[in-house]
Design a protein. Structure first.
Length: 827
RNA sequence: GCCGGGGUGGCGGAAUUGGCAGACGCAUCGGACUUAAAAUCCGAUGGGCCUUAGUGCCCGUGUGGGUUCGAGUCCCACCCCCGGCACCA
C-alpha cells in the first residue's frame, strides 16, 4: 500500500470500476425493502457549481448509507433540460439549443461522475428528449380532458426580458424570478392548469408530510392563502343589480359604513353613469390604470379614493351605504369589492380617517366601551357584538355563525372559501420547451392532438433572431397542420409549456424511464414511490414543490399511482456562500468545484462540504476548511497504510475481542460510540457534520491509543480501522474503497453491511460523576458505574472539597441524576 | 406590519430529554522530528483575577427579568440578523 494517498489515480480507477460493474444499478426486487432517494435534478447550464456539489454529496451519502443498511436503493439522475438559457445561447452565439443543451449535459455528467456520485445512470432522463416530453404532452391532454387545462384571456404577468408570460409563482417583488426585469400586465389568452381545484387538498395533505420542514409547509400555506368568509349581496339603490362582496368578517356587517370597488370593477361605469361625480371617477380610474401594479397596490402607497355618487343598501338594516372607488381594493381577489368596516379593519380605518367617513363600533372588548370618535386604531380582536340587532351579545365566532346562517337562509349571501392561489399559467412564448399539443381549427375550435400522434416534436429548423415572437410562431411548417377532427387546415399552438411542468413528474418517470408504451408502469412506480428522501434548495419551497404535489395528486386521481404525495421526507439544503454572499460571477467570489476536485480530490470536496455546516443551513466556503478535510483523509490513510500488512493477516469478520485491558476497552468503547453516533446522525437527524466529527473522534482515539501503549492489540486496532473506513465510506467513497481493497477484501466496501454497535461495549466500569454545590460544579468523583445512590451520596459527602464547602453549612437537599451528577443544596 | 428561522470563543460549528457550555474542525501559540523548511506527531488555546498558579476563584451562550436544586435549552419583555408574505377584505 502506498505511503501517500494518490487521490487522482484512486478516484479515477474506482469510478471506472463502479461503472463497468454496474454497482449502483437498481432493479425491482420485492424481497428487499426499497429506498428511493432523490436530489432535484439540475438545469444543464454546462458546469457544476458548489450548490450542486452540496446537494449531490448529501444525496450520495444517504444513498450509499441506505445501501449498506440493506435497502434496495433507487438513486437516479437526469436533466431539467428545457429553458431559456439554451435559447439565449442560440441567439447570442448561433448554437442550436438542442446542441447546446446536449453538450452541456455531456459535460455536467462527466463532472458528476468525477464527484463519484452513485447514480444508476441507466435511468437517466432529459426533459427535452421527445421520449420524455411525449409524456409531458400526454399529461397535458389528460388535464385537458378533465377540464383542468383551459385557455382563457386574463390579465397576466409579462416579462419583457424573457419575452414571455410568467406564472404568479415566478414573479418576485413584481419582477421576473429569472432575470429580475420588472413584469408588466398584459391581457392575453393563455393556457392555465386548474391547480386551484386542488387547493384544499394541497393544504390538507400537509398533515401527511410530517418529515417536511415546517417552514416549507408554512410558505406553501401562505401562498395558497385560504380564507373562509361569506359572499354577501348588497342591493344597489339605482340599478337593478347587486354588488357582491367577500368578507371574512360578516359579523361586522352592522358596522359597514361605506362600500369600495376596485378601480377596475365592471360596475364602476354603470354606477357613475349620469351622476355629477362621473367625470371625476372616470378620471380617477384612468389615472389608476396608468400606474403600474406596484405603485397602485403597494401597501406603502397612500390610500386614495372617490365617491361614485351611488348607494348600496345594507341587506340587514336597509340603510343606504355610499359606494366609493379606491386604490386599496384589488380586482384580483374576492369579488373586487368590499364592505368597509372602519371600526374593525385597519385599512378601512385609515381610509375613513383620511376622508372623514363614519366609524361605527360593533364589537367591543368585554371590559371596555369603544366609540368611533375616540378610536385610534381598528379593533380587530375578539369581543362582544354591539349595535348589531340580532347579533348583540354574541362573541365574534358565534356572531359569524349566526349571521352566515341567516344570510344563507335569506338568500343574502353564502359561505365562500377564497384562495390567494391562482391557477397555474403554463404557456410560454418560447421555443425551447414542451410544445402544447393542441391545434386550432376554424371549424372545430381548440382540438387536442390525439394521443397516438404524440409527441408533437419541436421543429429543429427555426430561426433565432432574438426579436419579437417566439421562433415557433414563425415556423410555418410546424404551424400548418390538419385538424384531427375534421381534416381541414388548422394551426398548431405555438406556445410551449412552462419548464416547471416538465419537472412536476420526472420522479415518476425514473421508476420506468424507458417505457414507450405508457408514461410508466404502475407496478414499478408503486414499488418505488413515493420518494423516501427528497433533497433540494429552499428556493423551490413554493414553485416546484407545490406543482409536483399537484401533479402527483392528479396522477393519483387518474388511477395511475397509489401515492398522493410525491416526497415523504424533504431536506431543504442551504446555500453555499463565500465571504458571506452567494457565489456569483458578478461578485467574483465563485469557487469552481472542478478546481477543488483537481487539487484535493472528490472525497475531500465532499467531506468538507458536508462537514462545514448542517445541511439545512447556509455554508461558508473556507479554503482552510478544505485543507482540514484533506488532512483528515490523509490521517486515515496513514493509519491504514501503517498497519495494513498486520491487519491483512487477521480474520476480522470472526473475531472475539475479549480480555481487554483498560486502554483497550476504552478504544473499543470509542469504536461502538462512533458507530452509534454516525448511524443515528445519518438515519434520523441527517446531520452529516456531527457524523463526520464522530468519525474524527474515533480516529483521534486510535492515534492516542497507539501513543499510549507499548504494544498494540492488533485485533482491536484492525477492528478500529475497519470500522473507521466503513463509517467513512458514504462520505469518502473512493479512498475507503481503495483501503478496503488493500486490506484484502474482494467485494466493494459499498456493498458491505453497515456495522452494528454493541450496547455492552459502550458500558463503562467507572464513570465520572459531577459534584455540584448549589448548582455550581465543584468537584468530580470516579465511581463504579453501578454504584447505589446511597453509596454515591456517601462518597460525595466524604470528599475533602465538599467538606470544605460544608463547613458551618447544612445540606438542605440532595439531587442525584443517575450516572451524571450530584447536586448538594446547602445553606 | 404579519408569519417563520436564528443570535454560543478569533472563525465554521457542537451540546439529541433542563444536568460538566465550547465536541469536531480551522486559525494561533509551544514542543518533538529535521542541517533547515514543509509534512507529520504531541500539547496549549472563552475572558478575567492572584506575593497562595491551584484539584483555586469570578464572569461568560444578543439584552433585561422570571421559573428551577440546576437554564444555551423553559416562560415574559425587548434588541439585532436572515427568509417568506404583504392593502388578500
Amino acid at each position: 500500500m502506498q505511503e501517500y494517498y494518490n487521490f487522482k489515480d484512486v478516484e479515477e480507477r474506482w469510478q471506472q470500476h463502479w461503472e463497468e460493474n454496474d454497482l449502483f444499478e437498481s432493479t425491482l426486487n420485492l424481497d428487499k425493502p426499497e429506498y428511493y432517494t432523490l436530489e432535484m435534478f439540475p438545469y444543464p447550464s454546462g458546469n457544476l457549481h458548489m450548490g450542486h456539489v452540496r446537494v449531490y454529496s448529501i444525496g450520495d451519502v444517504i444513498a450509499r448509507f441506505k445501501r449498506m443498511q440493506g435497502y434496495n436503493v433507487l438513486h437516479p439522475m437526469g436533466w431539467d433540460a428545457f429553458g431559456l438559457p439554451a435559447e439565449n445561447a442560440a441567439i447570442e452565439r448561433d448554437i442550436h439549443p438542442n446542441n447546446w443543451t446536449w453538450d452541456n449535459i455531456a459535460n455536467m455528467k462527466k463532472q458528476l461522475e468525477s464527484l463519484g456520485i452513485s447514480y444508476d445512470w441507466d435511468r437517466e432522463v432529459a426533459t427535452c428528449h421527445p421520449d420524455y416530453y411525449k409524456w409531458t404532452q400526454w399529461l397535458f391532454l389528460q388535464l385537458y380532458k378533465q377540464g383542468l387545462a383551459y385557455k382563457e384571456a386574463a390579465s397576466v404577468n409579462w416579462c419583457p426580458g424573457c419575452e414571455t408570460v410568467l406564472a404568479n409563482e415566478q414573479v418576485v417583488n413584481d419582477a421576473c424570478e429569472r432575470c429580475d426585469t420588472e413584469v408588466i400586465e398584459k391581457n392575453l389568452a393563455q393556457w392555465f392548469f386548474k391547480i386551484t381545484d386542488y387547493a384544499d387538498d394541497l393544504l390538507a395533505d400537509h398533515e401527511l408530510l410530517e418529515e417536511w420542514p415546517e417552514r416549507v409547509k408554512i410558505m406553501q400555506r401562505n401562498w395558497i392563502g385560504r380564507s373562509e368568509g361569506v359572499e354577501i349581496k348588497f342591493p344597489l339603490e339605482e340599478l337593478d343589480e347587486e354588488l357582491e362582496v367577500f368578507t371574512t368578517r360578516p359579523d361586522t356587517i352592522y358596522g359597514a359604513t361605506y362600500m369600495v370597488l376596485a378601480p377596475g370593477h365592471p360596475l364602476v361605469k354603470e354606477l357613475v353613469a349620469g351622476n355629477e361625480e362621473e367625470e371625476e371617477v372616470l378620471n380617477f380610474v384612468a389615472e389608476m390604470e396608468e400606474k403600474d401594479e406596484e405603485e397602485r397596490t403597494s401597501p406603502e402607497s397612500e390610500k386614495i379614493g372617490v365617491f361614485t355618487g351611488s348607494y348600496a343598501i345594507n341587506p340587514m338594516t336597509e340603510e343606504r351605504i355610499p359606494i366609493l372607488v379606491a386604490n386599496y381594493v384589488l380586482m384580483g381577489y374576492g369579488t373586487g369589492a368590499i364592505m368597509a368596516v372602519p371600526a374593525h379593519d385597519q385599512r378601512d380605518f385609515d381610509f375613513a380617517k383620511k376622508y372623514d367617513l363614519e366609524i361605527k363600533v360593533v364589537v367591543e372588548p368585554e371590559d371596555k366601551d369603544l366609540s368611533g370618535e375616540t378610536l385610534e386604531e381598528a379593533y380587530t380582536e375578539d369581543g362582544v357584538l354591539v349595535n348589531s340587532d340580532i347579533l348583540n351579545g354574541l362573541d365574534v365566532e358565534a356572531a359569524f355563525e349566526k349571521i352566515a346562517n341567516y344570510m344563507e337562509e335569506n338568500n343574502i349571501g353564502s359561505r365562500q372559501v377564497n384562495y390567494r392561489l391562482r391557477d397555474w399559467l403554463v404557456s410560454r412564448q418560447r421555443y425551447w420547451g414542451t410544445p402544447i399539443p393542441v391545434v386550432y381549427c376554424d371549424e372545430c375550435g381548440v382540438v387536442p392532438v390525439p394521443e397516438e400522434e404524440l409527441p408533437v416534436e419541436l421543429p429543429t429548423d427555426v430561426k433565432f433572431t432574438g426579436a419579437g415572437e417566439s421562433p415557433l410562431a414563425q415556423a410555418d411548417d410546424f404551424i400548418s397542420t390538419t385538424c384531427p377532427e375534421c381534416g381541414a387546415n388548422a394551426k398548431r399552438e405555438t406556445d410551449t409549456m412552462d419548464t416547471f411542468v416538465d419537472s412536476s413528474w420526472y420522479f415518476l418517470r425514473y421508476t420506468d424511464p424507458k417505457n414507450d408504451e405508457q408514461i410508466f408502469d404502475s407496478k414499478k412506480s408503486n414499488y418505488w414511490m413515493n420518494v423516501d428522501q427528497y433533497i433540494g434548495g429552499i428556493e423551490h419551497a413554493i414553485l416546484h414543490l407545490l406543482y409536483a404535489r399537484f401533479f402527483m395528486k392528479f396522477i393519483n386521481d387518474l388511477g395511475l399511482a397509489d401515492a398522493r404525495e410525491p416526497f415523504e421526507k424533504l431536506l431543504a439544503q442551504g446555500m453555499v456562500l463565500k465571504d458571506g454572499a452567494k457565489m456569483s460571477k458578478s461578485k467574483g467570489n465563485v469557487v469552481d468545484p472542478m478546481e477543488i476536485i483537481d487539487k484535493y480530490g472528490a472525497d475531500t470536496a465532499r467531506l468538507f462540504i458536508l462537514f462545514a455546516a448542517p445541511p439545512e443551513k447556509d455554508l461558508e466556503w473556507s479554503d482552510e476548511g478544505v485543507e482540514g478535510a484533506s488532512r483528515f483523509l490523509n490521517r486515515v490513510w496513514r493509519l491504514a497504510s501503517d498497519y495494513v500488512e498486520q491487519i491483512k493477516e487477521l480474520d476480522l469478520d470472526n473475531l472475539e475481542l475479549s480480555d481487554l485491558d483498560k486502554k483497550e476497552a476504552e478504544l473499543n468503547r470509542e469504536i461502538h460510540q462512533a458507530i452509534k453516533k454516525v448511524s443515528a446522525d445519518l438515519d434520523e437527524r441527517k446531520n452529516f457534520n456531527t457524523a463526520i466529527s464522530a468519525v474524527m473522534e474515533l480516529v483521534n482515539a486510535i492515534y492516542s491509543y497507539l501513543n499510549d501503549v507499548e504494544e498494540e492489540n492488533v485485533e482491536l486496532l484492525g477492528t478500529a480501522i475497519k470500522t473507521t473506513i466503513l463509517l467513512l465510506a458514504p462520505f469518502a467513497p473512493h479512498m475507503t474503497e481503495e483501503i478496503w481493497f488493500e486490506l484484502g477484501y474482494g467485494d466493494s466496501i459499498h456493498q458491505q453491511e453497515w456495522p452494528d454497535y454493541d450496547e455492552e461495549a459502550l458500558k463503562k466500569d467507572e464513570i465520572t460523576i459531577v459534584v455540584q454545590i448549589n448548582g455550581k460544579v465543584r468537584d468530580r468523583v470516579e465511581v463504579d458505574a453501578d454504584i447505589s445512590e446511597e453509596d454515591l451520596k456517601e462518597i460525595v459527602l466524604s470528599q475533602d472539597k465538599v467538606q470544605e464547602y460544608l463547613e458551618d453549612k447544612e445540606v438542605v437537599k440532595t439531587i442525584v441524576v443517575p450516572k451524571k451528577l450530584v447536586n448538594l443544596v446547602i445553606k
